[in-house]
Design a protein around this ligand. Sequence first.
Ligand SMILES: NC(=O)c1ccc[n+]([C@@H]2O[C@H](COP(=O)([O-])OP(=O)(O)OC[C@H]3O[C@@H](n4cnc5c(N)ncnc54)[C@H](OP(=O)(O)O)[C@@H]3O)[C@@H](O)[C@H]2O)c1
Length: 338
Amino acid sequence: MSYKDDIKYMRMCFSLAKKGAGNVAPNPMVGCVILDKFGKLVSKGYHKKYGQNHAERDALLKLKNNEAQGGTLYVNLEPCSHYGKTPPCVDLIIERKLKRVVIGMKDVNPKVDGISKLKSAGIEIDYVLEEESRFLNRMFIKTMTQKLPYVVLKTAATMDGKIAAKTGSSKWITSEKSRELVYKMRREFDCILTSSNTVIADNPSMSQTKWRCVLDKDLRTDKNSKIYSYNTYVASRQNTPLKNGKLDLEAVLRELYKLGIYSVWVECGGVLAGSLLKSGLIDEVYQFIAPKILNDNAGISCFNGNNVNDIKEAKNLKIYEVKYLNPDILIKACINSF
Ligand SMILES: NC(=O)c1ccc[n+]([C@@H]2O[C@H](COP(=O)([O-])OP(=O)(O)OC[C@H]3O[C@@H](n4cnc5c(N)ncnc54)[C@H](OP(=O)(O)O)[C@@H]3O)[C@@H](O)[C@H]2O)c1
């Protein structure tokens, strides 16, 4: 198998893995491709749902006992070696006598040591596209290693970075098409997090996710606000420690993780966005930009956190996708590297 083939089949694993998006958390998205000893593709599989078969098992069980013998198995994550909700995948790979296993990334779960077990059984191990594999499972890496949900902050701004005029007037900066995309994107997350100020100013329902979280230190929001018609966790001084007189944002996120929330979509104004950014709690920013210029320094900025003197203190991000939505654009950028 050439390096070019390894790349081709690992990319095929990524596409299969993505079919599990939204159904596998807190597990990773994993795809698997199997070639027989002649290099012919004989099976594909992926992890479909949390608690169900892992990708390798899904692909191997579609084959007769000897079909994979002497062949190559591609998988974007190190095969597991422990009993979880399913038995260890390495045992099945060894039993089916694969000759070579090509892996995208090592598992960050400390319980997993599949590579040593495969090597001890005489199976050749190779790695390919490690950076892309880690990027694909960036959510899993964060939740597994930090026990915190993955946080994406969405903001919608003018070209000069304003989310509202100084009066608070903000409806609507972006187009209906962008707003519809936001509603769709929210569904991919376990929880929407917002602030007391945003609930008071906009009275949003944010009904698209299983959970909502409102940060409301002194319980200033109206109990009849639309958001409270749905399952909502309210963080206040009654259940959350304070840090510098404000709710401790990391403590809130840890609490959400304990509730089984692994991904959080944040929609708020500049004050909370600035605080989250400064606390290092945002993993990605989805920035919608409308072709408008407010031209008023007193307008409300997307991020209103720091007294910064030097441009070197600016947060560096890595843009990984830009979408032209006509007339707006959407920029997706990561804050942390994987
Ligand atoms: N264009 C957009 O994408 C977008 C999205 C959402 C909202 N908005 C607009 O943003 C405006 C509201 O913005 P804003 O800047 O006034 O408010 P904000 O940033 O949404 O929220 C600030 C509030 O969050 C709460 N909070 C709790 N813990 C915090 C912490 N550790 N650090 C900072 N804040 C914390 C505080 O209220 P407590 O003291 O009550 O806890 C604080 O006053 C509204 O006009 C809304 O329309 C725009």
